[in-house]
Design a protein around this ligand. Structure first.
Ligand SMILES: Cc1cc2nc3c(=O)[nH]c(=O)nc-3n(C[C@H](O)[C@H](O)[C@H](O)COP(=O)(O)OP(=O)(O)OC[C@H]3O[C@@H](n4cnc5c(N)ncnc54)[C@H](O)[C@@H]3O)c2cc1C
Length: 257
């Protein structure tokens, strides 16, 4: 089935940290956007420069699609917040977000599913970088106050810390490194040395490809973890566009199961 596409416009923007810009999208097309998808994602659509205006062509041939987490959705106001990492690279999404201003248009597809620990999880481990910070923030906000655990988050500079609403017994550990490769290595090592506790632990890891690769191995090694007790995903891959990352992900899954 063709994805539902909504045409929206930028209502306001806010540089929430030096490397993260919140873009608030608005418009009548959001009137039937479903509630409860915070932490899920939409696909922002950027027209390919094909020189061919064939509006009937397949979406994948006409647009570059980039995934962004639904950070907030305000149903009554028909407003959707997406937090874009400004990674300063040539990617169409980051480039668009850099200059996005009131009145700019954007088409989005989705939303895609929310990946949350189930309510019975009593101990959680989150690991991620700035691309998964919006999803981790939503997850922490939605945990019960009794949940225990740890969230390890890699940011580019100390000023990229955001206020999180984590339950009192969840520790948040920030790792600051402006070098993404070195930072991801530190993140992986901190993640791997964390001992899971509780009777129903849940592991959530998303960020650069190498985090996904390591987290998959970590989860497989833990025979105490039940099959449905983890979510591991690659959100981007250093040196690859989103399309390249997806190919690498598919190749890894094909060889690694
Ligand atoms: C389910 C899901 C949810 C996501 N949610 C968010 C979100 O809420 N906010 C967010 O910012 N991102 C999010 N991402 C990640 C985002 O989709 C990717 O970073 C995407 O590649 C950005 O597209 P682009 O057009 O800017 O760059 P691309 O065209 O994909 O890549 C161009 C170049 O930029 C590099 N690059 C891409 N992303 C980064 C980065 N973060 N840091 C440094 N270099 C990078 C690539 O390696 C490549 O060299 C999410 C991804 C998934 C799968």
């Amino acid at each position: 089935m063709a994805p539902q596409i909504r045409n929206v416009f930028v209502n306001k923007t806010q540089l929430i940290t030096p490397h993260m810009k919140r873009v608030t999208l608005k418009g009548p097309d959001l009137s039937d956007f479903p509630s409860g998808y915070e932490g899920g994602y939409v696909r922002a659509m950027f027209p390919k420069d094909t020189g061919n205006d064939n509006e009937q062509g397949a979406i994948k041939d006409r647009f570059l699609m980039r995934s962004y987490t639904v950070r907030n959705f305000r149903n009554a106001a028909q407003e959707l917040d997406l937090d874009f990492v400004l990674h300063g690279d040539s990617g169409p999404a980051s480039k668009w977000a850099e200059t996005a201003k009131e009145g700019d248009h954007l088409s989005i597809a989705g939303p895609g599913p929310v990946k949350r620990p189930p309510p019975q999880s009593d101990w959680v481990l989150f690991a991620g970088d700035m691309t998964s910070l919006p999803a981790i923030a939503v997850n922490l906000e939605n945990l019960s106050r009794e949940t225990e655990g740890k969230a390890i988050i890699l940011i580019e500079s100390d000023e990229d810390r955001v206020d999180l609403r984590e339950p009192p017994k969840v520790e948040v550990q920030w790792i600051t490194d402006s070098d993404a490769k070195r930072g991801t290595e530190t993140l992986i090592s901190e993640f791997e040395k964390t001992n899971l506790m509780g009777s129903e632990p849940f592991v959530w890891a998303a960020g650069e490809f190498e985090l996904m690769r390591s987290a998959r191995k970590y989860v497989k090694r833990l025979d105490t973890l039940s099959k449905d007790s983890s979510y591991v995903s690659s959100y981007w891959k250093s040196g690859e566009t989103d399309e390249g990352m997806k190919k690498a992900k598919a190749a890894l899954l094909a060889t690694d199961g």
